[in-house]
Design a protein around this ligand. Structure first.
Ligand SMILES: NC(=O)c1ccc[n+]([C@@H]2O[C@H](COP(=O)([O-])OP(=O)(O)OC[C@H]3O[C@@H](n4cnc5c(N)ncnc54)[C@H](OP(=O)(O)O)[C@@H]3O)[C@@H](O)[C@H]2O)c1
Length: 355
């Protein structure tokens, strides 16, 4: 595995190429949210550089998950995915099972997991995981461990976005807790099985929205959201946390055959916008087609990074439109990633596997 750190220098990333985060946050209106989506959908607007040495494949923003796996026989492999009942998670599960993988599909209720798993062709095993409840996360992790299967792919995909008002779980802001702490805790249960696979892969679904996090990155004194709350700022914090977690996990996996990479799927009209006001959801449906990806294309990047043989040796990278790009420099802050790991372990407490 190459020393990914060599390729991660943010120096080549011009901050002028990022969309104007301050303007976005200052607008503070749902109109601004819609108007920003096209910029998010073009990850190349974030960077003028690709990380050196990482293979650039033949796929792009229009490629679908079926296309990026064409010709692959995934029989005998096992994938685990959160959020298997909706949007990108469902499409990823559908395609992986169609290619022969066994998928362990996690959803918030038995019914949702069972219905989703029953509706795909191929083998899918339903499990329950409510990421906002750590006893549910621990029960899910324990159940997956009990299956005893090496995990070739762990796709941490579920998420929530832009809650209009501050909501908390255990005193922490809800997007940070569900999107990051839930997955962080779950990942601790699954790591042994990823390491047991011939070449196990963690794929964490972040967002180009990680750039909406505060300038200083994770504000450890505001994880409750009480000092300062904005729907997009906290979504950005949670998605930056997804990225920092992945980079730290990748460093921890060095020397093994396992990898960890993080992705931005594009902008897709899934159920993720459920917290938008009704008129904005209607607007998304009416004009979204002009710049949004289909769900089939939205699921492509995570499916590609989870399966592409060419990526077996590459870890600690950020992908969008099925190719590596430079993330916001804050995602590459190793000191902050280490601190986030420590703080997250404290928050997970007894639920962190092996604690
Ligand atoms: N769509 C986009 O434009 C876009 C852009 C950038 C990044 N992403 C990321 O892509 C990922 C997938 O989103 P999507 O677009 O497919 O949205 P989606 O259709 O809303 O799917 C989200 C999934 O997460 C699950 N989920 C939500 N809260 C949960 C919780 N507390 N515990 C467990 N599962 C929970 C949902 O379950 P329920 O159905 O039961 O609520 C659903 O299965 C997210 O991480 C999102 O941040 C999406």
């Amino acid at each position: 595995m190459p020393n990914a750190e060599d390729h991660r220098t943010p120096a080549s990333t011009s901050s002028s190429t990022f969309i104007n985060r301050r303007q976005f946050l200052a607008a503070g209106t749902t109109v601004a949210a819609v108007s920003a989506l096209p910029a998010c959908s073009n990850p190349d607007a974030q960077t003028s550089e690709r990380p050196a040495g990482v293979p650039v494949g033949p796929f792009d923003a229009k490629s679908t998950a079926m296309e990026v796996t064409e010709g692959l026989d995934l029989s005998g492999t096992t994938a685990f995915i959160t959020g298997c009942n909706s949007g990108l998670g469902y499409e990823t599960m559908r395609v992986l099972t169609a290619r022969g993988a066994t998928v362990i599909g996690a959803a918030r209720s038995e019914q949702k997991a069972a219905d989703a798993c029953a509706s795909v062709d191929g083998e899918a095993i339903p499990v329950v995981c409510e990421l906002g409840e750590l006893d549910s996360v621990a029960a899910c992790g324990t159940a997956v461990r009990a299956l005893g299967m090496p995990l070739d792919m762990v796709i941490l995909n579920a998420g929530i976005m832009a809650l209009p008002e501050l909501e908390q779980i255990n005193g922490f802001e809800k997007q940070f807790f569900v999107n990051h702490i839930g997955h962080f805790t779950l990942g601790s249960y699954l790591r042994d099985q990823v390491l047991a696979a011939p070449q196990g892969r963690f794929v964490v679904v972040s967002s180009s929205g990680h750039q909406f996090a505060p300038d200083s990155g994770i504000e450890f004194d505001n994880l409750s959201g009480e000092r300062d709350y904005s729907p997009w700022g906290m979504y950005g914090t949670s998605k930056l946390a997804n990225g920092l977690y992945t980079m730290q996990l990748s460093r921890q996996l060095e020397g093994s055959n396992a990898t960890a990479n993080v992705i931005h799927p594009g902008v897709i009209n899934t159920n993720l916008g459920r917290h938008f006001p009704w008129w904005q959801r209607v607007a998304s449906k009416l004009i979204g087609w002009t710049f949004m990806k289909s769900t089939e294309a939205g699921a492509a990047t995570q499916t590609y990074v989870a399966t592409a043989p060419a990526l077996a040796d590459y870890s600690g990278y950020y992908f969008a439109d099925c190719n590596p790009i430079m993330p916001d420099p804050r995602m590459l802050d190793a000191a902050q990633a280490e601190k986030l790991w420590e703080v997250s372990e404290e928050i997970a407490g007894e639920y962190y596997y092996g604690a």
